[in-house]
Design a protein around this ligand. Structure first.
Ligand SMILES: [Fe+2]
Ligand SMILES: [Fe+2]
Length: 478
């Protein structure tokens, strides 16, 4: 068919950036992590840039306290990755509340949930079983209220443990992992998950909790309200000495400076202490991609290991097509990150057992756009952003989000698209069981050459039996 015949020849350059200034060896880790933190903001129901702004506030507090360069270097990454475990409790929170967990996560940050009263009651009423009939809502509210203490602790534990393990997986020091683990501990010992009190809580965690709260109130209610909350919760949530440091910084006009800058991403990259700057070598890049693939896949039990599964299938196709080693590395990394934007899709949609409404499908259709938007901010990742953003495009123009057609779809885009469909079909979904490999391949074959690339299908079909079964984590850096 004409659509498939216009496919780019194998020999055509993939457009993968090579050599300076785009060589991975000259990219700083801070450039990558700062940009990827925007994906964590999506999951937390925060405006994009929340982690970056919280990092700037936290680093100002750290500097005001006179922390040394080494500590500031670790604090920097702990601040940027504080929400690395955010996706791991999304599914459980959704099932607990029976409502949109992204909205609940976003609003909980402006609620003093440790005090039983009007504020926490109002939060429960507006976030629990919001779409359910009246009696079911009441039943869910009662159940949530009865288990609130143990459930909150468990949710925090899942998130903290996963966040810390993601930091370790990326190769950050134990201080960084420990700081992320204790993010939700409160000065008065009533935080989660271990009920640590006062200076038993790591200093970085105390700074991070204060910085993230200041940022959320700054953006939602302005600087005065942010300072008021810090004062009101001093000695309960926050270390009083840190609140004093914040008061001093505000008086000197340094606390909020340039947080609304259009160049905030480059400002936060420049904040990493020069002596501690980490460059992203090949192994580090692989670790970061694998770690963020875990963040993405932890969002829902139905996408468990999806990013790794797509990477396995895409690498298999790439090898079969005779691509070079750097090209295969590129394909593997983009496959691991292709669904970054899914972190912004609520589990009410991801785990819906039935057909999506038009409105819900419109939300789903935005996820490749978000993958593109996040990755394009990283210098040297421009081509990766284009390929990730195109993973739901189809050769006949029937895909999304740009409705590109065969003339616009490069070989890497076609490879990732076929690998994505394959892994989705052989995995269990909320609305159907996992398909046998033969059935999945048959469905893909019927989509060629109209929508999916026939050469990618043929290579996959000849090698699919050798791919790891869905659900088996490979856990290795290739
Ligand atoms: Fe996707
Ligand atoms: Fe996908």
């Amino acid at each position: 068919m004409p659509v498939a015949q216009s496919a780019a020849p194998f020999a055509q350059p993939l457009g993968i950036p090579q050599g300076p200034p785009h060589s991975p060896s000259v990219i700083r880790v801070s450039e990558i992590i700062s940009a990827l933190s925007y994906a964590l903001d999506l999951t937390e129901g925060q405006p994009m840039g929340h982690s970056v702004r919280a990092c700037m506030i936290g680093m100002r507090i750290g500097r005001h306290l006179g922390l040394g360069t080494s500590d500031l270097g670790d604090l920097y990454y702990a601040l940027l990755l504080k929400d690395a475990g955010c996706s791991s409790n999304s599914s459980r929170l959704f099932h607990t509340l029976n409502a949109d967990e992204i909205r609940a996560k976003g609003d909980v940050k402006t609620t003093d949930w440790t005090r039983v009263g009007w504020e926490s009651l109002q939060y429960a009423v507006t976030h629990v079983a919001t779409g359910a009939p009246f009696l079911e809502r009441v039943r869910t509210l009662v159940r949530v209220a009865a288990k609130q203490q143990t459930e909150s602790c468990e949710l925090a534990r899942i998130r903290c443990e996963r966040g810390a393990s993601i930091a370790r997986l990326m190769g950050f020091p134990e201080w960084v992992a420990a700081a992320i683990h204790s993010l939700d501990e409160h000065w008065n010992g009533r935080g989660y998950p271990d009920g640590l009190r006062g200076k038993d809580i790591p200093l970085f965690s105390r700074i991070m909790l204060l910085a993230q709260t200041l940022e959320v109130f700054l953006v939602n209610r302005g600087p005065e309200a942010a300072l008021d909350v810090a004062r009101q919760r001093s000695g309960r949530w926050f270390d009083p000495e840190l609140v004093q440091a914040v008061e001093s910084l505000a008086l000197m006009g340094r606390l909020w400076r340039d947080l609304d800058s259009a160049h905030i991403l480059s400002d936060v990259i420049a904040l990493e202490p020069e002596e501690r700057q980490v460059m992203a070598d090949e192994e580090t890049l692989d670790r970061i991609c694998l770690a963020f693939a875990e963040v993405i896949d932890a969002k829902s039990p139905f996408t468990y290991r999806h990013s790794n599964g797509v990477a396995d299938a895409a690498v298999t196709i790439s090898r079969g097509l005779g691509l070079s080693a750097p090209e295969i590395t590129f394909i593997r990394r983009v496959s691991l990150l292709h669904d970054l934007g899914k972190l912004g899709v609520s589990n009410t949609i991801l785990e819906k057992p039935g057909k999506l409404t038009q409105e819900e499908f419109e939300v789903v259709k935005k996820h490749p756009y978000h993958s593109y938007e996040i990755l394009r901010r990283i210098r040297g990742f421009e081509e990766m952003s284009r390929v990730a953003g195109a993973h739901h495009e189809r050769l006949d123009g029937s895909g999304y989000f740009r409705r590109w057609n065969a003339d616009q779809l490069s070989l890497p885009m076609r490879i990732v698209a076929v690998a994505d469909v394959y892994d989705a079909l052989v995995a269990k979904r909320p609305y159907r069981d996992a398909m046998p490999v033969e059935t999945a391949l048959d469905i893909i074959r019927k989509e060629t050459p109209r929508a999916l690339d026939p050469r990618c299908y043929e290579v996959l079909a000849s090698a699919a039996m050798n791919l790891p079964s869905p659900g088996l984590a490979s856990g290795t850096v290739q």
